[in-house]
Ligand binder design. Structure first.
Ligand code: SF4
Length: 425
C-alpha cells in the first residue's frame, strides 16, 4: 500500500520481498517490511517499526547499491561495494558482493571509516529529520494504515532501540561477540540462543573470548530464552529463518541439548514457513568437540529440519604457530579434525563444516607452507561444501598487504577460501 503526502514523503506500509535469500549485487529486500521515501533517501523499517536500512538516492550518496544497515545489536554497518566490482574484488575475497564496514574496531583488511564521509553521514541526519517530520506531521492527512506505521516508528526512537539491544543481551546472558562466518549466507540475520558459555581453549590471540569457563546451559534456561526471544522479536519474528546456537563452542554441548534447542526454536519461532527456504542453523565447534568419537551427534543433526553449518577454529597446522598464538593443540589433532570435517561434509547432506585459519604479519613461514599444502591436497568437494576462512589477526599491521598472500593460498586450494570478517551481533 502506497500513500503519497504533501511533505514529499512516500509511505509504503507493507511490502513483500522474496523469501529466499540469494546473493545479489544490488540490495535485495527480503520478507515483509515498510518503506518511507523522501526525494533524497529511502528508509526501511521492520515489522515492529524499527529502522533497519537507510540508502541515499542522490549523487551525494557514494553508490546506489550501498546502504546503512542497523543490526539487532544496534550497530550501524555500512555496506560498500568497494572499488573493484570484478571477480577479483570483494566477491572473490568474501564470497559476497559487498563489504560490511563496522562502526567498531575489527579484523577487516580494509579499514573504511564511513563516519568520515559526509554523504553517508547525511543518512543519519536525514533519519533524525524524518523522525522529527513524522512526529510533527498532521496525522489526519495520512491513511489509517500509514498512521499506525508512523505511530510504531515514533515509539522506536534511538533511545528505545538502544534499550532493546540491551534487552536482547539480557535475554541470552551476554552480547554475541562474534558470529560464525557462514552467517554471511543470511546477511547475519540470525536469532541468537545460548546453549553454553565460554570455550575449551582460551587462546592467547583471541579477542572475542568470554571470561567464563566452558559450561552448558540447562534445558530450562534454553527454553526460557526461546520464550523471551519470541516476545522480543514479536511481529518481526516472521522475517527470520536462521538460528545461531551460541556461544563459542555449542558443539561441545552435545547432541541432546543441541537437538532440544534447535527443535524447540524451530517450533516456537515458526521456522519452515510456506515458501521459505530451509532454515539455517549455525554454531561454532572446536577441534575437540568435532573429534568426539560418536557419529550419533551428526546423524541426529542431519535429521533436524535445518541445514546446519558448524564452524571450527583450526587456526594452524604448524606447532610453533599454535604455540605463538596460545592455542593448546598439536599438528596431529588439527589434521585429524580437518579430515573429520571433510568426512562429515561428504557423508551428511544437511551438514556443512567449515574451518578457520589465521593469517597475519609475523607468523612463521611454515604456517603458510603447511596450510597451502593442506588445502592443495584436500579432495575437491563435489558439492562445494566446506569453505575455509582466513582470519586476519586483529592487530596485525599492514593488513592490506595480506591480500596477495590470501590470493596465493586461494588459488592453490581445492576448497573454497574466503576472508573471515569478525562481526558481533
Ligand atoms: S579462538 Fe575460539 S577457542 Fe580460542 S579463545 Fe577464542 S573463542 Fe575460545
Amino acid at each position: 500500500m502506497q500513500f503519497g503526502h504533501p511533505t514529499n514523503l512516500v509511505v509504503i506500509v507493507e511490502k513483500q520481498g522474496p523469501h529466499k535469500i540469494r546473493k545479489a549485487s544490488f540490495p535485495m529486500r527480503y520478507g515483509k517490511y515498510s518503506e518511507i521515501k523522501t526525494p533524497e533517501h529511502e528508509f526501511l523499517f521492520n515489522l515492529n517499526g524499527e529502522i533497519k536500512f537507510i540508502r541515499g538516492l542522490t549523487p551525494n550518496w557514494p553508490h546506489p547499491a550501498e546502504q546503512l544497515k542497523r543490526t539487532d545489536g544496534n550497530d550501524w554497518v555500512y555496506y560498500t561495494v568497494g572499488d573493484d566490482s570484478t571477480e577479483k574484488g570483494i566477491n572473490a575475497w568474501l564470497g559476497e558482493y559487498y563489504l560490511p564496514c563496522l562502526p567498531y574496531h575489527g579484523n577487516s583488511i580494509w579499514e573504511i571509516n564511513y563516519t568520515a564521509n559526509p554523504g553517508i553521514m547525511s543518512g543519519f541526519a536525514a533519519w533524525s529529520q524524518l523522525y522529527a517530520n513524522l512526529y510533527m506531521a498532521p496525522k489526519n492527512k495520512f491513511h489509517s494504515k500509514a498512521r499506525n506505521l508512523i505511530s510504531k516508528i515514533l515509539k522506536n526512537d534511538d533511545g528505545v532501540l538502544l534499550e532493546r539491544a540491551g534487552r536482547l543481551n539480557e535475554i541470552i546472558g551476554e552480547r554475541v561477540s562474534v558470529l560464525p562466518p557462514d552467517t554471511r549466507h543470511v546477511d547475519y540475520e540470525v536469532i541468537p540462543l545460548n546453549i553454553s558459555d565460554g570455550c575449551l581453549y582460551k587462546c592467547k590471540f583471541c579477542c572475542v573470548k568470554s571470561a567464563k569457563p566452558f559450561m552448558t546451559r540447562t534445558q530450562t534456561d534454553i527454553f526460557d530464552q526461546i520464550k523471551q526471544l519470541k516476545q522480543f522479536y514479536s511481529k518481526n519474528l516472521e522475517n527470520y529463518n536462521a538460528l545461531f546456537l551460541g556461544n563459542h563452542d555449542a558443539l561441545e554441548a552435545g547432541e541432546e541439548l543441541i537437538s532440544a534447542a534447535a527443535s524447540e526454536a524451530y517450533k516456537e519461532f515458526g521456522f519452515g514457513r510456506q515458501g521459505a527456504q530451509v532454515p539455517a542453523l549455525y554454531l561454532f565447534g572446536s577441534v575437540h568437540s568435532l573429534l568426539k568419537p560418536e557419529n550419533k551427534l551428526f546423524e541426529n543433526l542431519n535429521q533436524l529440519p535445518y541445514y546446519t553449518y558448524i564452524n571450527i577454529g583450526f587456526e594452524s597446522l604448524d606447532e610453533p604457530t599454535l604455540g605463538l598464538i596460545g592455542k593448546p593443540l598439536n599438528t596431529q589433532k588439527v589434521k585429524d579434525a580437518f579430515n573429520r570435517m571433510l568426512d562429515i561434509n561428504a557423508s551428511f547432506e544437511n551438514i556443512e563444516v567449515t574451518g578457520n585459519f589465521i593469517i597475519g604479519e609475523g607468523l612463521p613461514e611454515m604456517h603458510y607452507q603447511s596450510l597451502t599444502q593442506l588445502l592443495r591436497d584436500a579432495p575437491a568437494p563435489s558439492n562445494g561444501k566446506g569453505a575455509i576462512y582466513l582470519s586476519p589477526i586483529k592487530d596485525s599491521p599492514k593488513k592490506l598487504e595480506l591480500l596477495p598472500l590470501f590470493s596465493e593460498i586461494k588459488e592453490q586450494s581445492s576448497l573454497p577460501v574466503y576472508i573471515y570478517l569478525i562481526q558481533r551481533l
